[in-house]
Structure formats: structure tokens, C-alpha cells
Design a protein around this ligand. Structure first.
Ligand SMILES: Nc1ncnc2c1ncn2[C@@H]1O[C@H](COP(=O)(O)OP(=O)(O)OP(=O)(O)O)[C@@H](O)[C@H]1O
Ligand SMILES: [Mg+2]
Length: 361
């Protein structure tokens, strides 16, 4: 069931178009991530949903009710921001209780709710501490508990983990996913970090230049991107120049060879059309191709050991480079200058509209 609906939302600041006719439907209970590079309009969209930014045009609905003109307080959304500081002079408990006191909850009910929230984010032992006595991760957990305390329908989060180091960020990602499952609250999460988006979301909405480029589950967007932008932005990928050789997109020329592909993408291509062919580094394998694989030769440009795997940069006969990732025990290390026989499963190759290789974008 659609809980939150954004309909044709646009926002301009003078000559700058921050959002352009954005449509978005968030299902109840979903974890939806707005993902895009810096300046793509993520914060503007979240602020328009929250009621802090008035859209130039378009509407926002919650449960079918038009909330476009409501003040932020009247929308009852929970908010967590990177810089949404805790009240420094209040204890952890009082920070969490704040939104309940504003809403005039009775004393006993407030106390009970604060206990529940402390337990939810495992901060019972620091209930009486001041924010400055806590670590960054603990402070962010207080901010989340505070935002969830009054029982919002939707929790809006804008890059809440970006100030934390990598280890803590990953731990907090798991924590947020757990809180989402446990509370059943709908989360709308903003990040520019595609790994974070893939790890946590039910649904990812990719924004660029104030427009929605594509949306879908992490798996859909990773396995079958429909645009060059998403093929490039989500997960590591090799983009190569290619040409469609059959109008149904089933025959493609790239890597100096012609082959059949499984994922044809859009309904109709023009034979001879220049396209982008993509293949993930983990799908570029070494050795002679089997029947359902594409074989090609490539020269090793460099190879480096990166812990769990070895990264090899290869140059194809077309002069393009592509990255392969393999386990170090797959075979002997590849040395620069060596010519390798490579193979890619036909089902691991995709095509998206638009010409060009990695080097050109
Ligand atoms: N108050 C404002 N006045 C003028 N321009 C603004 C304002 N707020 C945002 N913009 C512009 O709107 C565009 C979108 O900005 P927004 O902050 O939504 O991007 P973002 O995706 O959140 O980026 P980041 O990842 O850097 O936070 C940018 O070009 C930005 O400069
Ligand atoms: Mg932002």
C-alpha cells in the first residue's frame, strides 16, 4: 500500500532547478533510499517531503491526504540528519523525551517510552550521560531514538552516517536495518554512497540533476540497469563501446568480437546503433570460453593484490581497458604484458543506450 506519494514535484532556486517533476511512491514499511551524486537534489526532495522546503510545483500525499502545505510539525515525520545535533545540555533520556514533552505526553507514558527507546538502541547504561560523553555512533543512536520516540509514520534520514568512520558506518548500517525491521516504520534514507544503498534498501531511487533516473530493488538496478548512469554509478562496472547487430538487441559487437547476449534491455534497438556494453569485474574470467561464454584476448596492463582478491587491468584489442577481479588462488598471478584468454558468460553482459566507453564519460 502506498503510504507516501510525491507527485510531479519541482523546486527551483532562481535559475537553478534543484528538482524537476519528481514522482515517487513509497510503500508502507519499506526502506527506500534516495541515491545520487552531490547536488542531485536528494536533500531538496527530503526537505520538501518533510515540509521545510516549499516546492515550486507538485504535491506530497501521506495516506492519500494532501500534506503539501502543512508545517513540518503537523506532518509527524521523524528526522535524522548528519548535523541534527542533540541538545548538549540535556541527558540522553531527556533528549529522547524531548519530542514527547513537546507533544504533551503524560509523565509516566513518557518515562516508559524513553525506557523502551533506550533498550531499542541499547543505550540503557548511558541514559544519564550528556551527548559529549558519548561516541559518534552512540550519539547517532540517540538521534535515531529521539526521532522514533513519538511513533512517526515515516522516518526521514539525510546522510546520518557520513561523519562516522568506515567500520562504525558499517555497524550502524546493520543497526539501522535492524531498527527498520523491528519497528516496521517506513524509512526514507538519503545517501550518495551506493554501497550503503545496496546494503540497506528494499528500493533505491537514483537521482541525477534533480530527476529520477531509475528506481528498483538493489538487485534489479545492479543486475539489469536500464541506463548508462546507473550501470556506472551502482557497483563497480566496466563500460565498453559496442554496437547492436540485431534489432532485438540479442546480437552485439564489442571487445573486438560479435556475440549473442541474454539481457536485451529496452524493447527495440536499431541495428548498427552505438551502445554501451557493461560487464562487472567479478564476471570477467580467465581461460577458454565454454559454449555459453564469450571469448576474447586481452593484455595485462597491471595486476594488484588487494587482500581477498586480485585486480587485473586488461587491455582489449579495441584498445579499451577493463578490470577483472579474481581470487588469488584461481591461478598464477598475471604479469604485465602477458596476453590472456578471457571469457565472460553471455548472461553477465548487459547493454544500455548511449555510446562510449569508460574513458569517454
Ligand atoms: N537554498 C538553496 N538556494 C539555492 N540553491 C540551492 C539551495 N538548496 C539547494 N540548492 C541547489 O539545488 C541543487 C540540489 O541540492 P541538494 O542539496 O538537494 O543536493 P544533494 O543531492 O543533497 O547534494 P549533497 O550530496 O551534496 O548533499 C544543487 O545545485 C544546490 O546547489
Ligand atoms: Mg544533501
Amino acid at each position: 500500500m502506498t503510504l507516501l506519494l510525491v507527485d510531479g514535484l519541482s523546486k527551483s532556486y532562481g535559475a537553478v532547478t534543484a528538482l524537476s517533476a519528481v514522482n515517487l511512491a513509497v510503500e508502507s514499511g519499506q526502506f527506500v533510499t534516495l541515491l545520487g551524486p552531490s547536488g542531485s537534489g536528494k536533500t531538496t526532495l527530503l526537505m520538501a517531503i518533510a515540509g521545510f522546503t516549499a516546492p515550486t510545483s507538485g504535491r506530497v500525499y501521506l495516506d492519500g491526504r494532501d500534506i503539501t502545505r502543512l508545517d513540518p510539525e503537523e506532518r509527524d515525520f521523524g528526522l535524522v540528519f548528519q548535523g541534527y545535533a542533540l541538545f548538549p545540555h540535556l541527558s540522553v533520556s531527556d533528549n529522547i523525551a524531548f519530542s514527547l514533552r513537546v507533544r504533551k505526553w503524560p509523565k509516566q507514558r513518557t518515562a516508559r517510552r524513553v525506557e523502551e527507546m533506550l533498550a531499542l538502541v541499547s543505550l540503557e547504561t548511558v541514559a544519564h550521560s550528556k551527548p559529549r560523553e558519548l561516541s559518534g555512533g552512540q550519539q547517532q543512536r540517540v538521534a535515531i531514538a529521539r526521532a522514533l520516540a513519538f511513533g512517526p509514520r515515516v522516518l526521514l534520514l539525510d546522510e546520518p552516517l557520513s561523519a562516522l568512520d568506515r567500520m562504525l558506518r558499517q555497524a550502524m548500517q546493520r543497526e539501522l536495518a535492524r531498527l527498520h525491521r523491528k519497528t516496521g516504520v517506513t524509512f526514507v534514507y538519503v545517501t550518495h554512497d551506493q554501497e550503503e544503498a545496496i546494503a540497506m534498501s528494499d528500493h533505491i531511487v537514483v537521482l541525477n540533476h534533480g530527476r529520477i533516473v531509475e528506481s528498483g530493488s538493489p538487485r534489479q538496478l545492479y543486475r539489469s540497469p536500464g541506463t548508462r548512469f546507473v550501470a556506472r554509478f551502482l557497483g563497480e562496472n566496466n563500460l565498453l563501446s559496442g554496437r547492436v547487430r540485431a534489432a532485438d538487441g540479442s546480437v552485439v559487437e564489442a571487445l573486438g568480437t560479435r556475440f549473442r547476449v541474454a539481457a536485451a534491455g529496452k524493447p527495440r534497438w536499431i541495428a548498427g546503433e552505438a551502445v554501451t556494453v557493461w560487464v562487472r569485474p567479478e564476471d570477467v574470467r580467465m581461460g577458454s570460453p565454454a559454449a555459453d561464454e564469450i571469448g576474447f584476448q586481452a593484455t595485462v596492463v597491471e595486476s594488484s593484490f588487494v587482500g581477498a582478491s586480485e585486480r587485473i587491468i586488461l587491455q582489449t584489442v579495441t584498445g579499451e581497458q577493463l578490470t577483472a577481479v579474481r581470487r588469488p588462488d584461481d591461478a598464477l598471478p598475471a604479469a604485465a604484458g602477458q596476453v590472456l584468454q578471457c571469457r565472460i558468460s553471455a548472461s553477465a553482459i548487459g547493454i544500455v543506450p548511449g555510446a562510449g566507453s569508460d574513458a569517454e564519460s
